[in-house]
Design a protein around this ligand. Structure first.
Ligand code: GLA
Length: 668
């Protein structure tokens, strides 16, 4: 059995728990913690994420007493540990002795200790100390009965890329490996422009706040390099853990923003994907947005269940205004993660801190103690999840729709000096994913060079940067009979941010049957008329070269010109959106395209605001139905189903209270 199979066997259910920071509390509190964990059905906690200064109070001196007692207590209490390597936050003695490990911003200003995650990932000094600590921890706890999973670092990339001199050296080394000669670098970075020609790699710096504007190819390579440097830190620690504890799975928790690291390059190095999600209760689209992230997480390792490593039991502390989760929202959003393939529901954090920057961040056990609504909901959810062991390890069926996501394209898209500052990747992704989500259509996420043949529909919200081969991959998919939807400002540049010449969107022109003459971005919050609805963000002058116009612009200088086109190409169809239709119009369009491609919702006829997803257990599909509305709703089912949460008899309708959840299985 592989490492993850063993972990699943050990936990035997959807894991439940959170970050546990007992070093912030006197020991008598720990006893209460264990008692309350039992009461709440907690079976997995992340320990020691920020314990470096506790465990190594002086260089090379290790005081494991606290952690020994905590882990023994957990083992005795039947709670497994996701044990951190503790390298996320260097202790003061390290930065005092080696200030050169502190990260430097793009403006050249050093970040100082006093917060956390203040290290330069390229620093050999940081790496040496981190690996040494990881090794000591692995040696100490190999074979400890509490140890179930390794948690390396914490939220890599949560701090902006470092631009210090050490990073500059490492970047030059990275560039030498990538480009054989400085002339090749010059060609890739278009350095004949603005007198940027380098005569030696030694002259290259990180893109430190240049006089406007930065060379975009340089900036995108720096984003690639920064992702690789963080990955190198992770891999150095992972290597040690593998050597000492070959049977213990290793992971790290990806930060909510998704953006800093190219997760396609990371995912193969994790035994299981882990993610931290903090949807904003003030945002009416919070559930739709986080659903996209969950689809990314499930897709990173080909549909393997992933771990929701952190979420807030209620409010966070780091937004300008921090809304609590209203009654039922924490449970609903937790089940949403499970519906999208999560095998763990965990929180930041177990007990609310008394001091420090996160004292107003909610926790499973709040300042007021285990008496109020938050703890009650925590306890209830723990009980509920424990009663559904069959879900653990159950995969979601492969979706019929795939959405294309590519990190270098994302980074390149968001450089300066583009036609519009309003074209942001996540906005595009959400605008295309939202209508699928609203219709309860499952969606996988893939890279542009993935095998697309299993999918009936491929959606490309924006692929600004694309290599010829990847573009051919999408084209072949359509030729072979696939349906593809692509939005504007795709296929514009090559991997070095150089324009694909010969007319936009270069490598997609043949497939789309059109050419774009000129971009006409809209003014801030501007709208443009369409034959049905309105367009937002963007418009452009499309010249048809085989495609037919399905929608036209109806206002402004582009009135009468194509806004949405369709092109039959090979055995398939390629749609193109030359604007971003408003959400209602977008929903209509996406429904039309996906129905044409034969893509059906997970359950038919669900009312608005109600989502369903499936996971396939040994007994067949289990449907998780989520009412995201604050009002009750009755859902009509295609066939009689039994309720697994409430033990309801088979029926062909199910009543969901406000923010209610049902777990359903076919009656036969
Ligand atoms: C991140 C970190 C945690 C904690 C939470 C608070 O996800 O990983 O340590 O700071 O944010 O929301």
């Amino acid at each position: 059995m592989n490492r993850i199979g063993r972990l699943r066997d050990r936990l035997g259910r959807i894991a439940y728990g959170g970050d546990y920071n007992p070093e912030q509390w006197p020991e008598p509190v720990w006893e209460e913690d264990l008692r309350l964990m039992k009461e709440a059905g907690v079976d997995l906690v992340s320990v020691g994420i920020f314990s470096w200064a506790t465990v190594e109070p002086e260089p090379g001196t290790y005081t494991f007493g606290t952690l020994d007692r905590v882990l023994d207590l957990l083992a005795d209490g039947g709670v497994a540990a996701c044990l951190a390597t503790m390298t996320a936050s260097p202790p003061p003695w390290l930065t005092a002795r080696h200030p050169e490990i502190l990260p430097t911003g793009a403006d050249g200003a050093r970040m100082w200790p006093g917060g956390r995650q203040h290290y330069c990932p390229s620093s050999p000094v940081y790496r040496e100390h981190a690996v040494r600590l990881a090794e000591r921890i692995a040696d100490r706890y190999a074979g400890h009965p509490a140890l179930a999973l390794w948690h390396v670092g914490n939220e890599y990339g949560n701090v902006a890329p470092c631009h210090c001199d050490v990073s500059a050296d490492a970047f030059r080394h990275w560039l030498r490996e990538r480009y054989d000669s400085v002339d090749a670098l010059g060609d890739a970075w278009s350095t004949t422009f603005w007198s940027q020609r380098y005569s030696s790699f030694d002259e290259v710096l990180p893109p430190r706040s240049p006089a406007p504007f930065a060379n975009p190819a340089h900036a995108v390579d720096y984003a690639r390099f920064s992702s690789d440097e963080l990955l190198a830190c992770y891999l150095l620690e992972k290597e040690v853990l593998r050597r000492v504890t070959p049977d213990v799975p290793v992971t790290t928790n990806f930060p909510p923003s998704l953006r800093p690291a190219d997760l396609w390059t990371w995912a193969p190095h994790l035994d299981v994907v882990a993610y931290d999600a903090y949807p904003d209760p003030h945002d009416p689209a919070a559930d739709a947005k986080v659903a996209f992230s969950y689809d990314v997480m499930r897709s990173l390792r080909g549909g393997q269940p992933w771990l929701l490593m952190e979420q807030a039991p209620s409010a966070v502390n780091w937004r300008a205004r921090n809304a609590p989760k209203p009654a039922g929202a924490m449970r609903l959003w937790s089940w949403q993660a499970v519906a999208h393939g999560a095998d763990a529901v965990m929180f930041f954090q177990w007990r609310q801190s008394r001091g420090g920057a996160e004292k107003f961040h909610s926790a499973m056990v709040p300042h007021g103690g285990p008496t109020g609504r938050v703890f009650e909901e925590v306890r209830e959810l723990g009980r509920e999840l424990a009663a559904q062991p069959a879900l653990a390890g159950a995969r979601a069926p492969r979706a019929d729709v795939a959405m294309v996501l590519d990190w270098p394209s994302w980074w390149a898209l968001e450089q300066d000096a583009h036609p519009s500052a309003d074209v942001r990747f996540l906005d595009a992704a959400w605008a295309h994913h939202g209508p699928l989500y609203d219709a309860s259509v499952a969606c996988d996420v893939v890279g542009p060079d993935a095998d697309l043949s299993p999918y009936r529909l491929v959606v490309v919200p924006n692929l600004y940067l694309v290599a010829e081969e990847a573009a051919r991959n999408l084209e072949r998919y359509v030729e072979g009979g696939g349906t593809l939807v692509m939005s504007f400002f795709s296929g514009i540049v090559d991997p070095h941010d150089r324009v694909h010449l010969g007319g936009y969107p270069g490598p997609f022109r043949r497939m789309l049957g059109l050419r774009v003459e000129e971009f006409w971005p809209l003014p801030e919050s501007g709208r443009i008329g369409l034959s049905q609805g309105t367009g937002t963000v963007w418009s452009e002058e499309v010249i048809l070269e085989g495609a037919e116009a399905v929608e036209h612009f109806t206002t402004g200088d582009l009135a009468g010109r194509p806004a949405v086109t369709r092109h039959r190409y090979g055995r398939g169809t390629a749609w193109y959106l030359a604007t971003r239709p408003d959400p209602v119009t977008m929903r209509g369009l996406v429904d039309r395209v996906r129905e044409g491609a034969g893509v059906r919702p997970v359950l038919p006829g669900l009312p608005g605001g109600v989502q369903a997803r499936a996971r396939v257990t040994g007994d067949g599909p289990c449907y998780i139905v989520l009412n995201h509305r604050a009002t009750p709703v009755t859902v009509h089912l295609p066939a009689p189903m039994r309720g697994l949460l409430d033990g309801a008899d088979a029926a062909d309708t199910v009543h969901l209270p406000p923010r209610g959840v049902a777990l359903l299985r076919s009656a036969d």
